[in-house]
Unconditional design. Structure first.
Length: 190
């Protein structure tokens, strides 16, 4: 629906989900620190949004990036987790205008050249899902977790992932998948 008045519209300019191939080196070492400094090339998407538009609605409805899910809309479940300048963020708790000028990475942006991100591969190999509704948010939180904590214990994974809820209760396999991805990203055996 068109906004009622143009004076309530903001021009939002977001770099989204298209991380440069250089970020995906042989070890999948992704230096998200560079993203915040604008050294990573990404597609810039520009759109007009109302100030009240949540980031998750902007991604899903205006950019048609529907891999980011809405579970609760109240910052409880983590299904809407994306990376904003490399940090995990629940996109139902942010306005789109707050991401203006940021680099936003959604689940669609993890795969590169037909290669899944190691976290995605680990989720598949371990079967860390049942219905899959929580999975995009789980994976985005896992990626952020492994950037900050590359060698987490199972207890650390459980604690650091507490903002993501799986209604199917696949937590043990999610923890196992994150541990497996950590080994792959460190160059260890699969
Ligand atoms: S939809 Fe955002 S935390 Fe649940
Ligand atoms: S796999 Fe169904 S909610 Fe997590």
């Amino acid at each position: 629906m068109a906004p009622a008045t143009t004076d309530r519209i903001r021009d939002v300019n977001i770099r989204y989900h298209d991380l440069a191939a250089a970020d995906y080196d042989a070890k999948w070492g992704i230096d998200y620190g560079e993203v915040g400094q604008g050294q990573v090339l990404g597609k810039v998407r520009k759109a007009l949004v109302e100030p009240r538009t949540l980031l998750v609605h902007f991604l899903r409805e205006q950019l048609l990036l529907t891999g980011t899910h809405i579970g609760c809309d109240t910052s409880q479940c983590g299904a809407c987790t994306v990376l904003v300048d490399g940090r995990s963020a629940k996109s139902c708790t942010m306005f789109a205008v707050q991401a203006d000028g940021s680099t936003v990475t959604t689940i669609e942006g993890l795969e590169k050249g037909g290669r899944l991100h190691p976290v995605q591969e680990a989720f598949l190999e371990v079967g860390a899902l049942q219905c899959g509704y929580c999975t995009p948010g789980m994976i985005m939180s896992s990626v952020a977790l492994l950037v900050k904590t590359p060698d987490p214990t199972a207890d650390e994974i459980s604690r650091l992932m507490e903002g993501n809820v799986c209604r199917c209760g696949t937590y043990p396999r999610i923890v196992a998948a994150i541990g497996k991805a950590a080994k792959v990203m460190k160059g260890g055996a699969k």
